[in-house]
Design a protein around this ligand. Structure first.
Ligand SMILES: N[C@@H](CCC(=O)N[C@@H](CS)C(=O)NCC(=O)O)C(=O)O
Length: 203
């Protein structure tokens, strides 16, 4: 079995999807967390692109990009699409999630004044535009492409949608397919256990 070290800030942020995937797969890894100062002084120069999260496999290979990492690990741990086309379908939906994440990143770096306006726009415009499109790609609680079984994308999306619904008080009952997916992934014993026992952080 390969060894894994995951490097990210001591927040959920862009690494939580990967931590959830490790939890679901029951695979051990080192969850290396740091603050901003430590990142700049110690870890940034180690990252291939000067960004985190990054994953070190077997002490040598460095893999970057949160969606790329979860996809790589998902494929290794039996949570891939049903075939090449299935993988490409999941990849397309993952790209769409990147657009959603980009809105949250803009919000994160906005001034306090702008934050109020951008948060309202996100809840009132972005979510009602993007969630219905996203849910067209879900069938029976799983994203299309995985042949009706749990995939890395289900976990990736669960993390994001669950976070958005809590942070912006989005009623998931308005998006029944997304709700089903969130409820199903959220009730998996390994996922539940990780959420109950994970380090408590603000973001
Ligand atoms: N597309 C990349 C974005 C990575 C990224 O922007 N990481 C931020 C933290 S969320 C970072 O490394 N910031 C510190 C820096 O650039 O020095 C991913 O999804 O992993």
């Amino acid at each position: 079995m390969a060894s894994y070290r995951l490097y990210y800030y001591d927040v959920r942020g862009r690494a939580e999807n990967i931590r959830l995937l490790f939890a679901q797969a029951g695979v051990k890894y080192e969850d290396i967390r740091f603050g901003k100062e430590e990142w700049t002084a110690k870890y940034k120069s180690e990252a291939s692109f000067g960004r985190c999260p990054f994953l070190v496999v077997d002490g040598t290979t460095k893999i970057s990009g949160s969606a790329n990492i979860i996809r790589y690990l998902g494929e290794k741990f039996g949570m891939a699409g049903k075939d090449e086309i299935g993988n490409a379908l999941l990849g397309g939906t993952s790209d769409y999630l990147d657009d959603l994440i980009a809105h949250l990143t803009t919000l994160f770096f906005a001034s306090d004044e702008e934050k109020v306006k951008l948060a309202a726009e996100f809840k009132e415009k972005t979510v009602p535009q993007m969630f219905p499109v996203l849910q067209k790609h879900v069938k029976d609680g799983h994203f299309i492409g995985s042949n009706g079984k749990l995939s890395w994308l289900d976990i990736h999306a669960f993390n994001l949608i669950n976070d958005i619904s809590k942070r912006f008080c989005v009623n998931l009952a308005d998006y029944p397919e997304l709700k089903k997916l969130v409820d199903e992934v959220g009730s998996l014993p390994n996922i539940k256990k990780w959420i109950e026992t994970r380090p408590k952080t603000d973001a």
